[in-house]
Write a protein that binds this ligand. Structure first.
Ligand SMILES: [Zn+2]
Length: 258
């Protein structure tokens, strides 16, 4: 405890009393921390604009033994993602990714992997065209699910392991993947999706965030993913996620694919 240094990504920032900020940071060394930046809202504050949501910073934090809230001592900006902040679809996707991490993680479970994945996604969004942000966003949702212990199977039937061959396949949130016609049960609810969408999701699961440039999603693929992944998330993670986080995808589903 005492003064520690860590990279962090600002997940959420709010006002605390008159002149301070309270910030949720996802750090590479300590997982999620809630920190207070005293005087951050005063003119000429040493924190400047470092504590905006999505910013990647180097933080010196005063950690207090046994306390839920720590104090931010100083910050340096590492990435402030100017292109993301200038384009609404990018900004919404980046904030959506930060919001998911904020809601899906609690306290300290140091996950260097999650930190790296969120940072990779923010960089991917920054350097992509706005028509491709959905690729980066859904890739991140799949990575986050995997880190949390869920990897829905989009390539073969979860019951008999047969590979999906029909043009239209069935997805079960409860069973955690595709279910073939033979194994499907009449009374169960399934999401119908095209095999091409299932194939794209499966591909996204295999790729690293810096390796997504060849993957494009058509409008209908985006729409299907937007129905299926939030349903899966909600089924397994329940109240941890408000579906509002995904609402912007509705608008983005109509975006031109570039
Ligand atoms: Zn089957």
């Amino acid at each position: 405890m005492g003064l520690v240094k860590s990279e962090g990504i600002v997940l959420k920032a709010g006002r605390l009393r008159e002149t301070s900020k309270i910030v949720n940071l996802y750090t590479d060394r300590f997982g999620k921390l809630t920190v207070v930046a005293k005087g951050a809202l005063k003119p000429g504050s040493r924190f400047g604009a470092d504590l905006e949501v999505c910013n990647h910073i180097l933080a010196v934090i005063y950690r207090r033994e046994g306390k839920e809230i720590d104090y931010l001592s100083s910050t340096d900006i590492l990435n402030d993602f100017p292109k993301t902040k200038a384009e609404l679809p990018k900004w919404t996707a980046a904030c959506g990714a930060c919001e998911l991490v904020d809601k899906a993680t609690s306290g300290e479970e140091a996950q260097a992997q999650l930190f790296a994945s969120l940072l990779g996604t923010l960089k991917g969004i920054e350097y992509s065209t706005s028509g491709r942000v959905a690729v980066h966003f859904w890739h991140f949702v799949l990575r986050l699910l995997e880190i949390l212990g869920y990897r829905p199977d989009f390539s073969s039937c979860v019951k008999c392991r047969k590979r999906a061959e029909e043009d239209e396949v069935l997805f079960s949130a409860a069973d955690g993947g595709l279910v073939c016609r033979n194994c499907s049960i009449e009374a169960e609810f399934y999401h119908k999706l095209s095999r091409s969408t299932a194939g794209k999701v499966s591909l996204l699961q295999k790729r690293r965030s810096e390796n997504l440039f060849r993957i494009n999603l058509t409008r209908s693929e985006k729409e299907e993913i937007r129905r299926v992944l939030p349903a899966f998330w909600k089924y397994h993670l329940g109240d941890k996620l408000d579906l509002k986080s995904f609402e912007f995808m509705e608008k983005m589903a109509g975006d031109r694919v570039r």
